[in-house]
Every structure is written in C-alpha cells, then in structure tokens.
Design a binder for this molecule. Structure first.
Ligand SMILES: [Cu+2]
Length: 323
C-alpha cells in the first residue's frame, strides 16, 4: 500500500484503512486490495478487447458456422469468469467479516455506548478487578485481542477506527461487537461514521495502544476515585462544581457528583481531548468549554451554566487537576 500512500498522502496517518496497524484492519486492507485488483484486471481486459474489436478489420466472408461456435465459446467463458470472480469476492468478504467480529473469549471487553455526540466507555470487571467508566478515549494493550461491544443511547452511530479495526454500527436496543487490536504503539483516531445529528462531525474517538505495563498502570489509575484537590483554587473549584448543576449531569467518583447525562469526569485531566476530539485538554480549553459549550460545539447537550469569573477559573483548575 506504500504506493498508494506515496501518490495519495491523505491515505496515510493515524486514521486510515490503507495504513493498518492491527490484525482486523489488515484483513480489511487485504479485502480492499483484492477487490480493487480484481476490478482493475477486469476493466483492463474489457478495454483491451474493446480496443482490438475497434482496430481489427472485419474478416471477409468468414465461415459463419465456425464463427457462431467461437462466439458461443467466448460468451460461455465470460459468464463463467464473471461467476468465479463474484463468488471469489463474496467468499473473501465473508471471511473478512468473520475475522473482524468481536471475540467472546477476549480477556478484555470494552463497551462503547454512543451518545449524541460523545462516546461513553465502560471497561468490564474481570475476576476481582473492578471495571470503570470513562469517555472518548480508549486505551488498549498492544498485541491483544480486545472485544468492543457497541451500544447506543439514542440514534444509530458507527464506530470506525480505520487503522485498527473494521467498522460497525451502534444501534439502539441491540449490542454489536467488533475486534480491536493493535500491533504498533501509537495514538489512533476514529470517527463516528454514521450521520447522527448536528455535531456528528465532532464525534471523534482516540485509541491509545501501549505496552501492557503502561496499559495496566493507566487502568489502575482509572479504577481509582478522583484525586482530592490539593491546590486551594482547585478545592474551591470542587466546591463550586458540586454546588452548581454540573454535578447533576456529571460523575466524579469519590464525590457526591453522580450525574449520568454527560461524560464521567473522574479523570478528565488525564484525557487528551475534551468534547469528543474537539479541543486538546488544557486549563484554557477547559475554561473555554465550560464558559460557553454552545459556541464551541453548537447544539451539544451541555447547557451554558452561568458562573462568575472566579468560579470559572477555579472549576477549570479543578477539572485540570483530575488526572
Ligand atoms: Cu455519532
């Protein structure tokens, strides 16, 4: 695929089905190459035959019975070849679909629940290890099959992280599954791939593939409750957060805030982005978002909550401290 990436640089990068870094995405790439190659070969063949037919002079008074027989042979051969090609592509597509589905036996199962317009993420408990909730950012250990279960809270969304997996819909009232697997460490971007309303284009997801030890360290930190703010501004921010409507929509584990309308904010300061890939997480972008979410992401389900500038500063400091 390096040829395609060389002539079409838009096909490279961390969000490309032509730049795969995990087994399921590689299966999909093979299917793409196979299908394009078969169709290209057929097209070239048809063009060559057409060219010959145009250039060749008509043979004078050929034996009509003989040419009739040749014509029948040609048509039969073309029909058989068409059947073989279509059957071959169908079989290839069937096996690819089978190989990109979520494995029930996977050690790690992550449920991704689509919401207008963000991703709610649940890591399942395993044995005595409790699960936890996060949003918009998935961490996975390298070289391991991960079963992604896909659900929706409202409308149909579609989970697509082209460099690491196939594409699958999140349908209200049912649970689909997909295999996610990374062979190379990195930060991969995904995007909701089914139009789901006003902010569909601002519904990105980040997958961070890292060495198993790093993954375990991250997961252990995520399982824990939110840090108690040490800094006086952040402590004042926590008090304001709990007193304002924020706590009715957001959960911060370890505090009375247990709302479920918006993303879990227990470790928001440790996530790379806010607003489902909208902005990089910094104190400034947190303040901008909290001050006026409707200008940054019009129509999203977080209202503007009136705050004094001191409250805004303190709440932003608090959010940033939630590593
Ligand atoms: Cu969506």
């Amino acid at each position: 695929m390096s040829v395609i990436i060389a002539v079409a640089p838009g096909c490279s990068g961390n969000q490309s089905a032509l730049n795969p870094h995990g087994a399921p995405a590689i299966h999909v790439e093979h299917l793409i190459i196979g299908t394009v190659a078969a169709c290209t070969a057929v097209w070239i063949l048809v063009m060559v035959i057409l060219g010959l037919a145009l250039l060749r002079r008509r043979r004078a008074a050929a034996d009509s019975a003989k040419s009739e027989a040749r014509l029948t042979m040609t048509v039969v051969a073309a029909v058989v070849a068409t059947g073989v090609i279509i059957a071959g592509l169908t079989i290839a597509s069937f096996y690819t679909t089978r190989s990109i589905g979520g494995p029930e036996s996977a050690a790690l199962t992550i449920t991704v629940r689509g919401q207008q317009w963000w991703w709610q993420i649940f890591y399942a408990s395993s044995g005595a290890t409790p699960g936890f909730q996060t949003a918009n950012e998935i961490h996975i250990p390298l070289g391991e099959d991960v079963n992604i279960r896909l659900e929706s809270a409202d409308v149909i969304h579609s989970f697509w992280v082209p460099s690491l997996a196939g594409k699958q819909d999140l349908v209200p009232g049912r649970s689909n599954s997909l295999l996610l697997r990374a062979e190379k460490p990195g930060v991969y971007r995904g995007q909701c791939a089914e139009f789901c309303g006003l902010q569909h284009s601002h519904m990105a997801i980040v997958v961070i593939a890292e060495a198993p030890v790093d993954y375990e360290r991250w997961a252990a930190a995520q399982r824990g409750d939110a840090m108690v703010p040490a800094d006086p501004d952040a402590a004042a921010g926590q008090a304001a957060f709990l007193a304002k409507p924020c706590a009715a929509c957001h959960t911060v584990r370890g505090t009375p805030a247990n709302g479920t309308t918006g993303p879990d904010l227990t470790h928001i300061g440790a996530r790379q982005t806010i607003g489902a890939g909208l902005l990089e997480t910094t104190r400034g972008s947190l303040a901008a978002w909290i001050a006026d979410p409707q200008t940054l992401k019009p129509g999203n389900n977080m209202p503007m909550v009136p705050l004094t500038s001191v409250e805004l500063q303190n709440i932003s400091a608090y959010m940033e401290s939630l590593k």
